[in-house]
Design a protein around this ligand. Structure first.
Ligand code: FMN
Length: 197
């Protein structure tokens, strides 16, 4: 398939329309009482208004992934996780800081696929006492091994000022421009890398 064929879809009527990218907003935490769904929905709301890609929330908890190597390898959730990732062109990780790094659930989910990650792009929205920055720096290193290109703009949310009592998400207005700029970069790189795959 040529470059233009990959970039455009020809309809049966012969019209040419742009193919929208599929971007997964991956919730990195799975614990009871987690705040990641609130943050993910906020990012999706901002993203959907752009109309430039198909954005969807991807919740690791929905897949019941076995801890790597401890299952049979035939669990339906494992296949479903790989199929979901394969259907995506790029990712926005919702990252929370656990002991200065990412959650065990996210690391296990990253380890539970291989080729489905390759040659795609990712951005991050993180939170924690210092905005979750330390967790994202770790995640960037892991993604390098999975051939995922990580973009620069990284909105960091504070558990103290962007959440009430650390549990009700009330983001400050100032984060909006950063989220948009991050999405610009994820879309640009996801589109470019689609041509490589
Ligand atoms: C096991 C554990 C370790 C944590 N370690 C850190 C940490 O090192 N730095 C930090 O800023 N917050 C830390 N926190 C606070 C979390 O960032 C905060 O609880 C956040 O809401 C967790 O995301 P979640 O609600 O989506 O699970 C930790 C929380 C847990 C449960």
């Amino acid at each position: 398939m040529g470059f233009l064929d990959r970039l455009f879809n020809k309809t049966t009527e012969g019209e040419i329309k742009m193919t929208k990218l599929n971007i997964g907003i991956i919730l990195g935490s799975t614990r009871q009482g987690r705040v990641s769904p609130q943050v993910g929905e906020w990012v999706k709301g901002i993203a959907d208004k752009r109309g430039d890609a198909n954005y969807e929330i991807v919740d690791i908890a929905d897949f019941n992934l076995p801890f790597l190597g401890e299952g049979t390898g035939t669990e339906p959730g494992l296949a479903a996780w790989n199929e979901k990732l394969a259907s995506l062109d790029g990712f926005v990780f919702i990252v929370q800081e656990y002991n200065h790094s990412i959650t065990g659930a996210l690391k296990n989910a990253l380890d539970s696929a291989r080729d489905a990650w390759y040659n795609k792009a990712a951005g991050f929205v993180s939170y924690g006492s210092t905005g979750g920055a330390r967790a994202v720096e770790h995640l960037r290193g892991i993604l390098g091994e999975l051939l995922v290109a990580d973009v620069r703009v990284h909105p960091t949310l504070s558990l103290f000022t962007d959440f009430e009592n650390g549990s009700v998400f009330k983001p400050a207005e100032l984060h909006l421009d950063n989220v948009k700029a991050m999405l610009d970069q994820v879309n640009a790189w996801s589109g470019a890398l689609k041509n490589l795959r």
